[in-house]
Design a protein around this ligand. Structure first.
Ligand code: HEC
Length: 164
């Protein structure tokens, strides 16, 4: 009983100490308040308008090359990333038979097909990044290196299957 009584006192002292803290200062900051009309002046050049995905959109696909070498490590990276970002629609064999993909019209493309394989790395990278037809844009979902590595991986699958 005695211990409980002491706990209560400690708790009350604790609360009163916290109560006394000056939380009002939290309100004194730069953020815009509700209904406040004046906008802070942005320093020139703060908001990027070039580079990133916008820069890629303006790049000539002829000049865009896969920065990763076609080798075991990048193919493995592509395989891993394919498992995260593509498998649900294009399927484990990249033939367009993924579970989620079956509810799309048109169905996801067979990535080993000639139609896909004749495209350059840059064209495939571009289609994955910005989407095409019913294809979702994945530029903000999958990192650039992963997207390039996936391109190697789908080439590897096509070669392995002998389809193209
Ligand atoms: C949400 C489902 C979905 C996901 C996820 C998805 N795709 Fe697709 N993909 C599609 C569909 C549907 C099409 C057919 C689009 C069309 O023709 O309208 C397609 C088409 C393609 C094409 C053919 C593009 C062309 O030139 O016509 C490529 C290449 C491709 N996907 C690669 C990928 C890769 C690589 C990934 C993973 C990074 C991926 N897709 C993730 C649904 C998906």
């Amino acid at each position: 009983m005695k211990i409980r009584w002491q706990n209560t006192v400690c708790l009350m002292v604790g609360i009163s100490i916290l109560w006394g803290c000056d939380y009002a200062r939290m309100r004194e900051q730069e953020s815009i308040r509700t209904y406040e009309t004046s906008m802070p002046e942005m320093v020139q050049g703060t908001v990027p308008i070039q580079g990133g995905l916008q820069g890629l959109r303006e790049t000539d696909l002829e000049d865009l090359k896969n920065p990763l070498a076609y080798e075991g490590a990048s193919i493995d990276q592509g395989k891993r990333a394919y498992g995260y970002f593509c498998i649900m629609c294009h399927g484990p064999n990249a033939d367009g038979n993924g579970t989620v993909g079956q509810s799309f019209y048109p169905l996801p493309t067979n990535l080993k097909s000639e139609y896909v394989q004749v495209q350059s790395d840059a064209e495939l990278f571009y289609a994955i990044t910005f989407g095409i037809g019913r294809h979702p844009p994945l530029g903000y979902t999958a990192a650039g290196r992963d997207r390039w590595a996936i391109v190697h991986y789908i080439r590897f699958l096509a070669k392995k299957s002998g389809e193209n």
